[in-house]
Every structure is written in structure tokens, then in C-alpha cells.
Design a protein. Structure first.
Length: 270
């Protein structure tokens, strides 16, 4: 996917669409891309386009489109992170062809979406997204939602990334060639804009951790902050590749974190 930095910077959650049906060419391109999406956990995510009218789907925060996409994945370790990675890859591709998206986890009639997806007993559908062309002007409700969660704001670089241990904040100026992929992580979307990712940079790797937000419930069926971690890993991997870096995914805790409030997720070695 060319121009990944532009797509990450310009992509936003779209809840107000212009009412047009998706052009057949764009629909075909999305469907073709869905078949190619992989994640580093090698856990397949099955995507499916759904008509709201035909399937009785409702989402009170979305107006101006009938089309949604859902994803389902088998239950198990790393399912939420893997799902977040794959679904964000689709979201960024949609942005690259001018199609608007919005991550939906709680603001939808989940039972209807799950029926439409035809979930098996061993499958979950963590999230879905509306699809369509963004309206020229956001609805009042959308503007208020974005203002409430400070959607256009992000934590400072040195609050998210660290040099060798959590005791030493890392600045963008000192991050060298990693400044670009880490900045793309910093700009990633997250549930209610909580930005739960943290990373420790060493000479040989970037180690990613989850710092859970207080009062943010989770369970095996829906762990939104682990989905957020998958989004962060996706941004890092795509931006590293775009910057000419060769990185290798790994899951081996370097035991650098002494903070009980963080959970090791994965690493990229270089």
C-alpha cells in the first residue's frame, strides 16, 4: 500500500456519509483486498459485506450509508490483537481508495451483526465498520462525539515510547530511523482515543506493551484495548516497510518492564 503515511495522517472515523451506494469498482477492490489480508499471528480474519436494510442492522451514530463490513475470527490466544491488525489493514486500504470507515465495537445492535456474519460457536466478531463516501459536512452528533473524546489529539511521543526501559522517555529527535514508524503508531486510532500502547526501544528491537486504561472493561469476547494493540502493530509494520526497514515479528518477553500496570504484547526485531 503506497503512501501509507498520508493514509494514516488523513484517515479519520466517518460516521456521516453522503448517501451514495459504493461504486461497483470500489466494492470489487475492497473484496479483492480482503482476500489478501494477513497478520503476524497467522490467525485468519474472515470479512463480509452486509446490507443494513437486508439484515436489520442498526447503528445510532452512523447516517447516510446502508453498507457495513464485519470481521470474524476464531476464539483463542492473540485473537483480539490479530483482529485489530487485520481490520486496520482493511481500514487503511479503504482510505487509500476514498472509502470512509469507522470502527464500531459497542454502538451497534451486536446481535443482529453477529447473525448476519453467521458466527460459528468457536468464532467472535469483535468489530465492524460502516462503509461509504464521507459527507462534505459532519452531522452535529459526530462533531460532538469527536470533541468529547478529543479525537484529533494524541499523547506526546515521549509519553508513549521509551529508550531501553520505562525509566527513560524517548524523544522523536533521538529515535533515529525509528521516528517514522513510531510516529505512525502515535497517530493510530484507538477506542475512545485512550492510546494504550507503549513501546521500549533497544538496539535490536521495539517491544510493545499494553497499558490498560482505568475503568475500561474487557473479556475474551471483546478486548478493545488488545484490538488497539493490533492497530498499533499494523501501523508500525506498514510504516517500517514503507521506510525501507526489514523487521521480524516475535513474541518473546524481554522482561524489561517492572511496571505491573503494563502487559507485554509483541516485538519487532531489526
Amino acid at each position: 500500500m503506497e503512501g501509507i503515511a498520508e493514509h494514516i495522517r488523513q484517515r479519520r472515523s466517518v460516521r456521516t456519509f453522503d448517501g451514495q451506494e459504493l461504486h461497483e469498482r470500489d466494492r470489487d477492490r475492497l473484496c479483492s483486498f480482503m482476500e489478501t489480508i494477513e497478520n503476524p499471528y497467522n490467525i485468519p480474519v474472515a470479512f463480509q459485506l452486509m446490507s443494513a436494510k437486508e439484515n436489520g442492522l442498526t447503528c445510532p451514530v452512523v447516517v447516510g450509508t446502508d453498507l457495513y463490513v464485519g470481521g470474524k475470527i476464531k476464539r483463542g490466544p492473540n485473537a483480539s490483537v490479530a483482529f485489530g491488525y487485520s481490520f486496520e489493514a482493511l481500514v487503511l486500504y479503504a482510505r487509500s481508495i476514498g472509502v470512509g470507515t469507522v470502527w464500531l465495537g459497542g454502538t451497534m445492535n451486536r446481535a443482529a451483526f453477529e447473525r448476519a456474519m453467521g458466527l460459528g460457536e468457536d468464532e467472535i466478531m469483535p468489530c465492524a465498520s460502516a462503509l461509504g463516501y464521507p459527507a462534505q459536512k459532519m452531522a452535529l452528533r459526530e462533531r460532538m462525539m469527536r470533541r468529547a473524546i478529543k479525537a484529533d489529539e494524541r499523547k506526546p511521543f515521549e509519553e508513549l515510547f521509551f529508550d531501553g526501559s520505562f525509566a527513560t522517555p524517548l524523544t522523536a529527535e533521538n529515535a533515529g530511523r525509528l521516528a517514522y514508524p513510531l510516529e505512525m503508531v502515535r497517530l493510530a486510532p484507538s477506542a475512545v482515543n485512550k492510546q494504550p500502547w507503549r513501546a521500549i526501544v533497544t538496539e535490536a528491537a521495539v517491544h510493545f506493551y499494553l497499558k490498560r486504561s482505568k475503568g475500561f472493561s474487557h473479556n475474551e469476547e471483546l478486548d478493545m484495548q488488545k484490538i488497539d494493540m493490533g492497530i498499533a502493530l499494523c501501523h508500525f509494520a506498514l510504516a517500517a516497510k514503507d521506510g525501507g526497514m526489514q523487521v521480524t515479528f516475535a513474541q518473546k518477553d524481554p522482561e524489561l518492564a517492572t511496571d505491573a500496570e503494563v502487559e507485554y504484547i509483541a516485538s519487532y526485531l531489526f
